[in-house]
Ligand binder design. Structure first.
Ligand code: GLC
Length: 747
């Protein structure tokens, strides 16, 4: 290819620059960024703000574009998404290295719960309340993905969600800002590792900024309308936790917030994120969300959309092409100062330098490392352990569980028993060249565990959806021949996730009718419920003697379920989100206000905030989960009953394992501010501890209460702790309160 004088100059300049870089150790990264920026044309600067989907896969509406390669060659693309594997990423990077300034590409991917080794969906992992395990899950995912050419994950999704009609509830950490913040921090640390630039470190991306989970009606992409106080108190804390944990990037959200689309929302991106919080990373828009501001009716065309987004602090444009097609004109029209573009470009270049891509654009493209990382048995074992920790024991009448490994005959029935890929849930990664036989189905998991001793009978019984009951007879026959029945049912994995909102969250099809037939045989029935969201299953909850909520558990689903069913792992998970009796109760969450006419129990519905036709309480509450053993709480002690704002209270409580199995208990600390300048929730989670106890063992759990845990945003959005009386609750769930006490905050 003939090179112009211009290009030769650029190559010489870059060579000098590199020479300078290698030998001028004193140059800081900021100076290196400035050195590159000075060489860039406006077209190349705009190129860094442009992100395209590769043609391998799509996670949004696709724009056909056959000129991507030419654009990369001209330095008009800063990043690709949905491009995985060392071969494919290396090929694209080689093209970028032919551009004038050889600025390396970023490769972003939704590494949400694993790369090749698939971990439980994030909402399931949140049930573990085990921050070390959650961090390790993200770490493992980052180790695999970074070996496959990827250096940026669009995770963690930290959207608080209190509406299970919203399909993306599966992707987050549930309803509570305290638990959600702890998990956001753990996931960022897991993905990013010790520091950006380490070979197995991925840039994290806290998303979707902000309040995407509060979409009206639980309908994805829908409007969000809330007070600033609610935004600050509930929806922003996990983002701040992610930022404090060092999140390198943020992704804004599709929704409008109080009438202003997040992508063009200065209040969110400039005032809060880059202003008050002093965020130094960069913000990527969500897929096409810059251009979608036209649909919102907030801008009239792509020119205005680009103006709105860049002004509001959206640095990189994912897939809309509004920046590529309009920013140069906006600069020419003096609508956008180059300084604004320079700020966005510098934020992106800074991350490319921190990742080490300028020093070695192919550092993430080592095929041998990829091969080793994607076939590491330690990852498989970690996935199995995380899956077992994510399974919630909802019911266990007469201790039917754990099952004996000497059970003679088990009938394993249901549409999900032999499913394979279903176990991966939504937001899994289809790794090129890797087939799905490494995924352990539920059938295979039980075979692995008990086939030597037990006869395992199978019948599908019915499909997930539809009203065909023709398979019932075979299922009933199998049940009659068995000593115990296991029924695996639920929704399909693609019934939750992005753009998967549902108005009806009952168990679909005739699956509960099948359960009724199986129960009629008189055999004990254990039910497994596979889902990406809280479902409604009142018949099952009322009639099945044992229920495990198995979510979508990933590659090791079958082995983990077998570990729990047969007692090799004692379930310890607790729900991070309320399960309603009915979709009519939504939104439903534990940290609600008391109201002027509180509904305190279902027996009194006169002139209070009850429903006349249903309980106001959830079917299963936030923090709920059973164990094969039992725990007694005793000896609650407070070091003080009165503190000022500079003091703290030490809280201790003894926990005894009073059962026959070793197990883990998550002890939860809730606080209620009895009187506030604005009303305060009836309780708020302010700390938790997960402890292991051998049968009969007692341990003391301790917490510290300080001003921070008593503070809230008042009417003026000031973060304050107001003097007065507080109630303290120690619970095994948000409703199963084992100890109560009180204390006073004085001036
Ligand atoms: C999707 C999602 C976002 C994801 C992005 C790239 O539309 O909203 O969470 O990271 O596009 O796949």
């Amino acid at each position: 290819m003939k090179k112009s004088v211009f290009q030769i100059t650029g190559i010489v300049l870059v060579a000098l620059l590199n020479f300078n870089f290698c030998h001028a150790q004193k140059k800081t990264i900021d100076q290196r960024v400035d050195s590159v920026l000075k060489l860039m044309t406006l077209d190349e600067k705009i190129g860094q703000l442009n992100q395209y989907n590769d043609d391998w896969n799509a996670t949004g509406p696709v724009t056909l574009d056959s000129t991507k390669k030419q654009q990369v060659l001209k330095g008009q693309v800063g990043s690709l998404l949905n491009c995985v594997g060392t071969r494919r990423t290396r090929a694209w990077q080689q093209i970028a290295m032919q551009s004038r300034l050889k600025i390396p590409l970023l490769f972003g991917q939704d590494i949400i719960h694993g790369y090749k080794t698939t971990f439980p969906i994030p909402l399931a992992e949140a049930c573990s309340w085990d921050m070390d395990a959650i961090q390790l899950s993200a770490r493992t995912a980052a180790t695999e993905a970074s070996a496959a050419g990827i250096n940026w994950t669009f995770a963690p999704m930290v959207d608080i969600a209190r509406d299970p009609r919203w399909g993306r509830v599966m992707e987050g950490a549930g309803e509570d800002p305290y638990l959600g913040s702890a998990i956001a921090s753990a996931r960022v640390k897991g993905f990013q590792g010790n520091k950006l630039g380490d070979i197995n470190s991925l840039m994290a991306c806290a998303k979707h900024f902000a309040a995407y989970g509060a979409a009206i009606g639980g309908r994805d992409y829908n409007a969000v309308d809330m007070s600033d106080r609610l935004l600050w108190e509930v929806y922003l804390p996990p983002f701040k936790a992610a930022l404090d944990a060092g999140a390198a990037t943020f992704m804004n959200s599709f929704n409008d917030l109080n009438g202003v689309p997040a992508t063009g929302n200065k209040y969110l991106q400039r005032d809060i994120l880059k202003g008050k919080w002093n965020f130094k990373g960069f913000v990527v828009s969500d897929w096409g969300s810059v251009g979608e501001m036209i649909n919102h009716g907030n801008v009239a065309n792509e020119y205005e959309a680009a103006l709105s987004a860049i002004t509001a602090g959206s640095d990189m444009d994912m897939e809309s092409r509004c920046y590529k097609n309009n920013l140069a004109q906006l600069v020419k029209d003096k609508k956008v100062p180059v300084a604004l573009i320079d700020d966005a470009v510098k934020r992106i270049l800074l991350k490319k330098f921190e990742l080490g891509l300028f020093d070695d654009p192919y550092k993430f493209c080592n095929t041998a490392r990829e091969e080793a990382a994607l076939n590491n048995p330690a990852h498989t074992q970690l996935a199995r352990e995380m899956a077992a920790k994510s399974i919630v024991l909802l019911k266990n009448e007469k201790n039917i569980l754990p099952l004996s490994k000497n059970t003679k005959t088990i009938a394993f029935i249901g549409p999900l028993v032999k499913a394979v890929k279903q176990n991966k849930g939504f937001w899994d990664v289809e790794v090129p060249g890797v087939d799905s036989n490494f995924i352990v189905s539920q059938w295979e998991g039980l075979q692995n565990k008990i086939a030597a001793v037990t006869t395992l009978l199978y019948a599908k019984g019915c499909e997930i959806e539809g009203d065909d009951k023709s398979g019932f007879a075979e299922a009933v026959e199998a049940a009659k021949k068995s000593d115990v029945v296991i029924l695996s049912m639920g929704e399909r994995r693609d019934m939750s996730g992005e753009a998967k909102s549902r108005s009806n969250i009952n168990i679909p099809g005739v699956q509960e009718d099948l359960l009724k037939e199986l129960l009629a045989t008189g055999k004990p029935v254990v039910v497994l419920i596979n889902a990406g969201r809280p479902l409604v299953f009142n018949y099952t909850a009322d009639h099945a003697p044992a229920i495990l909520y198995t979510w979508w558990l990933g590659s090791e689903a079958g082995n983990a379920i077998a570990d729990v069913l047969f007692g090799d792992y004692n379930p310890s998970a607790k729900l991070p989100i309320s399960f309603p009796y009915s979709v009519g109760q939504i939104p439903i969450y534990y940290s609600h206000f008391n109201t002027g006419r509180p509904a305190t129990n279902d027996s009194n519905r006169n002139y209070n905030s009850s429903y006349n036709d249903l309980s106001v309480f959830p079917r299963y509450e936030f923090g709920y989960g059973l164990s094969y053993t039992s725990f007694q709480y005793s000896n609650l002690q407070l070091s003080k009953k009165k503190i000022n704002s500079h003091e703290q209270i030490a809280v201790t409580c003894a926990i005894t394992n009073t059962g026959n199995y070793a197990g883990e208990e998550t002890v939860q600390l809730y606080i209620r501010d009895k009187v506030g300048s604005i009303v305060r929730p009836v309780k708020e989670l302010k700390d938790f501890k997960k402890i292991k106890l051998a049968a009969g063992e007692t341990k003391t759990v301790s917490f510290l209460i300080n001003k921070e845990k008593l503070s809230f945003y008042n009417e003026q959005l000031q973060w304050v702790a107001e003097p007065g009386d507080f109630e303290l609750m120690i619970g095994a769930s948000s409703r199963d309160i084992r100890w109560k006490s009180a204390f006073e905050l004085v001036k």
